[in-house]
Design a protein around this ligand. Structure first.
Ligand SMILES: [Fe+2]
Length: 169
């Protein structure tokens, strides 16, 4: 998939100021699409756990925008790492899910490996730094076994703000 497809789907990639980091974020989405054999991802749901209609792209954008707002209201966070982490935190869901007929279901891969783990691998393979891959690995319950970085704490909470509100509707 070309860069333009990802940039159009996730315009918040422009918020990543470092060129190399921005390219690696795009690469992570491209790699995950390739690995999950996705031709398009605009209709992928953000979770299979609720009836919420929110898509993975809408969720990723919402989490990233919240992260940008928090980064801009504090002085103790690495803005670029935080924004990049928001953009890729759920990229592993493209391996966890797959198309089946008209729907999207948990893949065989996803029954064995959850998205924080698969996403961590994709992030490193895409050339993202460990601080960003850490956000991916630690954003969900998997992060309870390690010391989350300040940026991972932000994404963890933003993720659950969006998840819990979607669940409540
Ligand atoms: Fe998420």
């Amino acid at each position: 998939m070309d860069n333009e497809y990802i940039e159009k789907l996730l315009p918040e990639v422009r918020e990543v100021r470092d060129d190399g980091l921005r390219r690696a974020v795009i690469k992570a989405w491209q790699l995950a699409m390739e690995k999950g054999k996705w031709q398009s991802i605009d209709d992928v749901p953000f979770t299979l756990l609720t009836e919420a209609k929110t898509t993975l792209v809408e969720h990723t954008r919402a989490v990233t925008r919240m992260a940008v707002a928090i980064a801009d209201s504090r002085q103790d966070l690495d803005r670029d790492i935080l924004v990049a982490g928001g953009l890729v935190h759920d990229v592993g869901k493209l391996l966890e899910y797959c198309r089946s007929g008209d729907g999207i279901v948990k893949s065989e891969y996803g029954k064995r490996v959850r998205h924080p783990v698969s996403g961590f691998g994709v992030a490193l393979e895409a050339g993202l730094p460990l601080e960003v891959a850490h956000i991916v690995a630690a954003h969900s319950k998997e992060g309870e076994g390690v010391a989350r970085s300040p940026e991972a704490i932000v994404i963890h909470h933003c993720d659950f703000i969006d998840f819990d509100i979607a669940k409540s509707q």
